[in-house]
Design a protein around this ligand. Structure first.
Ligand SMILES: [Zn+2]
Length: 311
């Protein structure tokens, strides 16, 4: 719990972290506090989003019908840099899972988000990253790096670790943003926090053996992707990160052609490839139907070293 940074302190923290900061006209007083009668803060963490669009800086500043701006505190362009759009309450998180908020506050591992029973706009800083979020729109290295620096700057200013960071998809059921792995992102922030802001590493960044956390695939969400995506419109995405990890593993073992992997959709080709893997494990009949089970998925994660399974 912490008092939100003042506008001046926010700016100073971001610059000290090594960021070039663009200031949208009016950002210092642009917020939802007066309109909602709810004050922003105390703050407990930072939230990462993708915008699911392009050229949407002004949209994020103004908002849209039914959802007035600002839609984030900072907007990070694909090539146009980091922009401050708001200061105070912003409409970015919406209704989120209270259990996840409590874990963020305590810097504990995040539980699965299965409720929307708390207001995330009260207590979270929000970054919108310009990206289509379809798994095919790359995040340029420079953009990803700036997102890491933004999160690190706020964590450093508040004395938080990377465990105060979450992705929207981790706090609100049904959200898929951002379309990159949040454990990887937190690991990058952890490295940055071990450095002096803006400078090179002052202490060697070491990872304790066995402490590195692998990405996790949630079995129940993956099963619903495998049951939903094939029958839905082409490219339907139910569970992007889990599907992409599973497909990467199937590609690695030669069960799936690379051209069918990475769009986040668990389509018929992926189901067929997964069934091959099940048959390889000795399953037959309806046990080799291409719908992941706990044992086959755990084995796939172990064999490839790409992920662990949460059931
Ligand atoms: Zn979002």
């Amino acid at each position: 719990m912490a008092t939100p940074l003042s506008a001046a302190k926010t700016l100073a923290a971001l610059k000290a972290e090594g960021l070039t900061v663009h200031e949208h006209e009016g950002w210092r007083t642009h917020n939802r506090d007066a309109a909602t009668g709810k004050k922003f803060g105390p703050v407990i963490g930072v939230l990462i989003h993708h915008t699911a669009g392009h050229n949407d800086r002004e949209l994020c500043f103004r908002g849209r019908t039914g959802l007035p701006g600002p839609l984030c505190h900072a907007w990070l362009g694909k090539t146009s840099g980091l922009w401050l759009l708001g200061h105070g309450r912003a409409n970015h998180a919406g209704a989120v899972d209270l259990d996840v908020l409590n874990a963020l506050r305590a810097e504990k591992p995040l539980p699965h988000d299965d409720q929307a029973n708390a207001d995330g706009n009260d207590c979270l800083y929000g970054l919108e990253i310009e990206n289509l979020g379809n798994g095919r729109d790359p995040y340029p290295d420079a953009q990803y790096r700036q997102a890491v620096l933004w999160a690190a700057a706020l964590c450093r200013a508040h004395g938080w670790s990377e465990k105060s960071i979450a992705g929207h998809k981790e706090v609100q059921p049904g959200k898929i943003d951002p379309s990159f792995d949040m454990d990887d992102f937190r690991a990058a922030v952890r490295k940055q926090l071990a450095r002096k802001p803006g400078g090179a590493a002052t202490t060697p960044v070491t990872t304790k053996p066995g402490k590195a956390t692998k990405p996790r695939v949630d079995l129940s969400r993956l099963v619903s992707a495998a049951k939903t995506d094939p029958g839905a419109r082409q490219g339907h995405v139910t569970y992007m990160t889990g599907t992409n990890l599973t497909e990467a593993a199937l590609v690695k073992l030669g069960y799936l052609d690379k051209t069918y992997a990475g769009d986040g959709s668990f389509g018929t080709t992926t189901v067929a490839a997964y069934a091959k893997w099940q048959r390889h494990l000795g399953y037959g009949g309806s046990d080799a139907d291409g719908i992941p089970g706990k044992i086959s998925l755990s084995r796939l994660g172990e064999r490839t070293g790409l992920f662990t399974v949460v059931a």
